[in-house]
Design a protein around this ligand. Structure first.
Ligand code: GDP
Length: 563
C-alpha cells in the first residue's frame, strides 16, 4: 500500500494556469483539456459568450457580467501521468481566490500576451509564486499575432521580475508570422504531441534522448531542426506539427530559421538554458512560445509539465515538519463555496490531498476543533459537471459536499494527527463598512458574515470605533463586496449596503502597535477574527512613512502581494 501511494503521487502533476485577464487562460485551458482528451469538444469545459461557461449559475451577477467566480479542478491522464489543472477566476477582482488556489498547486503556468508582455496582474501573480516558492513555467501566448520581439520579452521578464527565463522553445518567425519553433530541449513522447496524426512524418534518425537530469522522467529526443506549425484545416481542435530537419528548415524558412538559431545560441551564451534545479527553486522559468487559440505549442506545454513539473512532495505542517506522503490521509481546504448551482444548493469544500489515500466514506478529523466527519459525498467538479470520487491520492482535488463547519485553511486527516499552516491572508486594497439596516435580522446577519468569512469570500474586520454591529470588509478587488451583499441578500435574506472607506492598503501590526495607533488620525486599526491579526488600514503609502516617524518602533509589516 505504502509504495502504491508514492507511485500514485509520483505520477501526479497539479498546477494552475494564471495570467492577466485576456491573455488566453480560458483558451489554453480548453486546449490543454483537449490534448489530455478530457473533453470531447472545445468549449465544453470552459468558455465564454454563448458557449457553456465553466461557472455555476449560483449568481445572476456572474451571468450578467460573464465572469467566472468559482474555481475547481479538471483532471485527465496524459502519458501515464494524472494531470490536475486547477481553475482560477478570470477577473482580477477575485485574485484573492486565485492566490489561495496557488497554495494547492505544485507548479504554475504563467501566460503572457506576446503583444503586451508583463501586465499588472502578471507582476502580482509572479510575486505570489515567488513568495510561495512555486515553480513557474511561462507560456508566451498569441504568437500568431503581431507581438513584441522575443528577446525583448525575455529581457523584460528577467529585469522586471527577477526570474530568469530559460526558453525551452524559440519561435521561428516574428509574432504574426509564426512558422514554428526550435526545441531547445528534448520533449516527451513525440507521438502525443500537438495533435499530430500518426503517419504525418517519420522520426528522424540518430537523435539522442534529452537527459538533463539524472533519474528524471524520460524526455523524448531533441529535434535537430525545427517543429513547423500549421493550422489544421477547418478546426481549431488541433494544429499540425511537423518536424523538419535542418536542411529542410533552412530551405523553407531560411532567414527566419537562421535568425532563430542565432538567437537561441545567444541565449545559451548568457546561460539561459533550462535547468531543473533552478526551475524548482523558482530562480528560473522555462519559457515556451505558442498560440493557444490554434493549439501551437500546447502539446509541448503539456509534455513539459509531465517531464519537469514537480510531483507532490511532503508538505510541511504548522510546526514545519514535513508530513510523509505515506502517512495516513491528510489534506486542507483551499476553497469553500456555497450554493454554486441552483440545482445543488449545498456547500462544497475543496480539499487538496497532501498525503495518503483518500477513500470516499472514510471518517476524517478536522484538525481545527477536533470534530470527526464522514466523507460520504465526495466529488470532483469542473464547470457544471460533477463526478463522484471514490479514491484520491496526493496532488488530487476532492470536493466534499455539505461539509459545513469546514473553513478555508482547515486541515482534515485520518490516522496520525496533522495540522497544516493557515492560508495566508492577502493584502486588501479596498475597504468598506457593511451596514445592515434591519436590526431584527441581526442574528442572520452575523451567521451570514461568519459563513462568507469562512469561505474566504471577503476578509471580515472589526474596529473598536465602529463596534461589532458594523463589520468592515476588506478585499483585494471591489467585486468581492458585490458578491458579499448579493449573497447576504440571496442566501440569508439580509439586505445590506457598503460604505466605501478611504483606505487603500493595510499593514500588519502587533497588539502594542494596535493600542498605540488606536487614536492615530487618518488610519484605522482592525482586528481580524479569522486569524487574530491586527491590521492598520491606511489611505496611501506616504502615511506609512509618517506613522513610522510619529510612532518610533511601531510594527508595520506588509501583507502578501500587492500591499
Ligand atoms: P482569459 O481572459 O485569460 O481567459 O482569456 P481568453 O481565453 O478568454 O482569451 C481572450 C481573447 O484572446 C479571446 O478573444 C481569445 O480568442 C483570444 N486568444 C486566446 N489565445 C489566443 C491566441 O493564441 N491567439 C490569438 N490570436 N488570440 C487568442
Amino acid at each position: 500500500m505504502s509504495s502504491h501511494i508514492s507511485a500514485e503521487a509520483a505520477r501526479r502533476r497539479t498546477f494552475a494556469v494564471i495570467s492577466h485577464p485576456d491573455a488566453g487562460k480560458s483558451t489554453i485551458t480548453e486546449a490543454l483539456a483537449l490534448h489530455g482528451r478530457a473533453i470531447s469538444a472545445a468549449g465544453a469545459v470552459h468558455g465564454k459568450g454563448d458557449r457553456k461557461g465553466v461557472v455555476s449559475d449560483w449568481m445572476s451577477m456572474e451571468q450578467d457580467r460573464g465572469i467566472s467566480i468559482t474555481s475547481a479542478a479538471l483532471q485527465f491522464e496524459y502519458r501515464g501521468c494524472v494531470v490536475n489543472l486547477l481553475d482560477t477566476p478570470g477577473h482580477a477582482d477575485f485574485s484573492e481566490d486565485t492566490y489561495r488556489v496557488l497554495t494547492a498547486v505544485d507548479a504554475a503556468v504563467m501566460l503572457l500576451d506576446a503583444a503586451k508582455g508583463l501586465e499588472p496582474q502578471t507582476l502580482k501573480l509572479f510575486e505570489v509564486c515567488r513568495a510561495r516558492r512555486i515553480p513557474v513555467i511561462t507560456f508566451i501566448n498569441k504568437w500568431d499575432r503581431p507581438a513584441k520581439d522575443a528577446l525583448e520579452l525575455i529581457e523584460e521578464i528577467e529585469t522586471r521580475i527577477g526570474i530568469k527565463p530559460t526558453p525551452v522553445t524559440w519561435p521561428v518567425g516574428v509574432g504574426g508570422e509564426f512558422r514554428g519553433v526550435i526545441e531547445r530541449i528534448g520533449f516527451g513522447e513525440r507521438s502525443e504531441r500537438d495533435g499530430r496524426r500518426s503517419g504525418e512524418r517519420s522520426e528522424p534518425d540518430g537523435r539522442r534522448s534529452g537527459e538533463w537530469k539524472e533519474g528524471r522522467r524520460e524526455a523524448g529526443p531533441q529535434v535537430p531542426g525545427m517543429v513547423r506549425y500549421e493550422r489544421s484545416p477547418g478546426g481549431q481542435q488541433s494544429a499540425i506539427a511537423e518536424v523538419l530537419g535542418e536542411d529542410e528548415a533552412l530551405e523553407r524558412f531560411g532567414p527566419d530559421y537562421e535568425r532563430a538559431r542565432e538567437e537561441s545560441e545567444l541565449l545559451s551564451e548568457v546561460d539561459a538554458d533550462f535547468d531543473q534545479k533552478t526551475f524548482e527553486s523558482g530562480q528560473t522559468t522555462p519559457t515556451l512560445f505558442g498560440a493557444a487559440l490554434v493549439h501551437f505549442g500546447v502539446g509541448q506545454l503539456l509534455d513539459l509539465l509531465v517531464d519537469i513539473a514537480p510531483s507532490p512532495f511532503p508538505r510541511e505542517d504548522a510546526k514545519g515538519e514535513p508530513r510523509d506522503l505515506e502517512s495516513g490521509f491528510s489534506g486542507f481546504v483551499f476553497k469553500s463555496q456555497a450554493n454554486m448551482n441552483a440545482s445543488h444548493r449545498d456547500q462544497l469544500a475543496f480539499i487538496r490531498v497532501c498525503s495518503g489515500r483518500f477513500e470516499r466514506g472514510m471518517q476524517v478529523t478536522q484538525a481545527q476543533g477536533g470534530r470527526t466527519m464522514s466523507t460520504k459525498y465526495a466529488q470532483t467538479l469542473f464547470g457544471s459537471a460533477r463526478d463522484t470520487v471514490d479514491e484520491a491520492w496526493p496532488g488530487d482535488i476532492v470536493g466534499l459536499v455539505n461539509a459545513t463547519g469546514l473553513s478555508v485553511g482547515d486541515t482534515i486527516y485520518a490516522g496520525k494527527a496533522v495540522e497544516y499552516p493557515p492560508l495566508p491572508a492577502f493584502a486588501p486594497e479596498h475597504f468598506g463598512a457593511l451596514q445592515m439596516h434591519d436590526t431584527s435580522k441581526a442574528k442572520r446577519f452575523r451567521r451570514g458574515i461568519a459563513q462568507l468569512d469562512a469561505e474566504g469570500v471577503v476578509q471580515v474586520l472589526y474596529s473598536e470605533r465602529r463596534g461589532d454591529a458594523t463589520p468592515v470588509l476588506a478585499a483585494v478587488g471591489p467585486l468581492q463586496f458585490e458578491v458579499t451583499t448579493a449573497r447576504l441578500q440571496a442566501e440569508f435574506d439580509v439586505p445590506a449596503t457598503i460604505d466605501h472607506l478611504p483606505y487603500q492598503l493595510a499593514r500588519l501590526t502587533d497588539a502594542e502597535g494596535a493600542a498605540r495607533l488606536r487614536t492615530a488620525p487618518g488610519v484605522e486599526v482592525f482586528s481580524r477574527p479569522r486569524d487574530g491579526a491586527f491590521l492598520v488600514a491606511l489611505p496611501n503609502k506616504y502615511r506609512i512613512q509618517t506613522i513610522e516617524n510619529d510612532y518610533p518602533g511601531i510594527v508595520l509589516e506588509p501583507l502578501l502581494a500587492g500591499g
